[in-house]
Design a protein. Structure first.
Length: 163
């Protein structure tokens, strides 16, 4: 009986410590990448704002688990995922990404004309995680999961823009 009490008290204290430690992690996480493209801003903006071009440069949409992909000017959808363009200006494009069984994630592209021939493309995702410890700890790996395909996609976008 004594060991059972000790075990239960230890589990409660350990769980409380994990919860308190997880509260130190932010509830909002941003994964961000940027690249300089030697092209005019309007050319780069067209490649990003028209989702029919995304099939050519966006590595995240080349996943084999995305079946029956369809692209329109302002929407991508498949059986597993949907992306909607919700705002588009010459300097900024905002999208909403929804994968089956997950929360909606906001994706953003910011275009800055460094001069007449160079455009800085800043691509980022904003995640809001709940207070649950497993979600807070899980947010640590977002950058490792999304960073490499974002970098590769931006490199392809750069090549397309500079052609």
């Amino acid at each position: 009986m004594r060991f059972l009490k000790l075990g239960l008290i230890s589990i409660v204290i350990f769980s409380a410590l994990i919860l308190l430690f997880s509260l130190l992690f932010p509830s909002e996480v941003r994964v961000s990448r940027a690249i300089n493209v030697n092209a005019r801003k309007d050319k780069v903006a067209l490649l990003i704002s028209d989702m029919r071009y995304w099939e050519s440069w966006n590595e995240m949409l080349k996943s084999p688990d995305l079946k029956q992909k369809q692209f329109t000017a302002d929407k991508f959808f498949s059986e597993e995922m949907e992306i909607n363009e919700v705002e588009s200006t010459p300097d900024y494009i905002r999208t909403l990404w929804k994968r089956k069984g997950t929360d909606t994630v906001s994706g953003h592209f910011s275009l800055i004309a460094a001069d007449t021939t160079v455009t800085v493309v800043h691509w980022y995702f904003d995640f809001r995680v709940k207070w649950y410890p497993w979600e807070k700890f899980g947010s640590i790996i977002f950058d490792k999961q999304l960073g490499p395909p974002m970098e590769k996609s931006l490199e392809i976008l750069k090549k397309m823009g500079e052609e």
